[in-house]
Design a protein around this ligand. Structure first.
Ligand SMILES: Nc1ncnc2c1ncn2[C@@H]1O[C@H](COP(=O)(O)OP(=O)(O)OP(=O)(O)O)[C@@H](O)[C@H]1O
Ligand SMILES: [Mg+2]
Length: 238
């Protein structure tokens, strides 16, 4: 179904590894300005969905649209230029390069160079001359987010941006993200295991399980779905 008005849309997305479908006919649509949570147990297919949407997957079927435009055949770099940015589950930073240097390098390939603005927003300006390897893990995660935000993308796919952070650091990062997304009008699809982070900043949540959409709704609706509790908490508790 073509639905103009979605910022990012995946229709009937399938990705197989051998006979195993990591994504099995997944359709997802996020309206402009929304921060959508994407949750599910380990191996549910969350990162695979990010790969397919961002153009990092080799073989897959279905359709990906950005702002109503079919971008299925575009490469990852072309999708980035079209306004679709992502961060990775493991940070994508260069340990030996300076923080400011990396942000400016990322900006060189973006439509507009807003590297100073991004550094200021993420509190990295004072660290601009430090090597990424020499700053704290929390600062490295903020650098990762900064690299994705360079050029003010229209849509941001974030794969566990708060992984490894403490609860208070995670909520701080979530607050920065919500504030920036609101002011810049960025649409966000956020993969996150921490339900406190998800429920604190997402207006809707999509639940993926075994390569399929299990549920989709507001945080309150999602909290009340028994299968969600079983499927999701089953992998994170004990
Ligand atoms: N390159 C690959 N080759 C084979 N199987 C893969 C490959 N990448 C992912 N898979 C499988 O696809 C399934 C989905 O993996 P994916 O990484 O998308 O899950 P996820 O929801 O991101 O999990 P996690 O919460 O652990 O990050 C898993 O069963 C995984 O083992
Ligand atoms: Mg993953």
């Amino acid at each position: 179904m073509i639905a103009p008005g979605w910022a990012i849309e995946g229709v009937g997305l399938t990705r197989r590894f051998g006979g195993f479908a990591a994504l099995d006919g997944v359709s997802i649509a996020v309206p402009p300005g929304e921060i959508r949570g994407l949750i599910g147990p380990n191996g549910a297919g969350k990162s695979t969905l990010m790969d397919v949407l961002s153009g990092r997957a080799q073989s897959w079927s279905g359709t990906v649209r950005l702002g109503g435009v079919d971008i299925s055949r575009l490469t990852a770099v072309e999708r980035r230029r079209a306004g679709l940015a992502r961060s990775f589950q493991r940070t994508n930073i260069f340990p030996d390069l300076g923080i400011g240097e990396q942000i400016r390098l990322a900006a060189a390939t973006a439509e507009r160079d807003n590297s100073e603005e991004v550094m200021a927003e993420l509190g990295l300006a004072a660290l601009a001359d430090r090597r990424a390897a020499d700053v704290s893990y929390g600062d490295q995660r903020r650098l990762d987010l900064a690299l994705a935000l360079v050029g003010r993308p229209r849509v941001l796919l974030l794969d566990e941006p708060a992984a490894g952070l403490s609860m208070s650091e995670s909520l701080t990062l979530a607050g920065i993200l919500r504030d920036l997304a609101g002011r810049w009008g960025v649409t966000v699809l956020l993969v996150e295991h921490d339900m406190d982070v998800i429920f604190s900043i997402c207006s809707r949540v999509t639940v993926l399980h075994l390569g399929k959409i299990l549920a989709d709704g507001t945080p309150d609706e999602i909290r009340r779905v028994p299968e969600v509790v079983t499927a999701y908490l089953g992998s994170t508790v004990e």
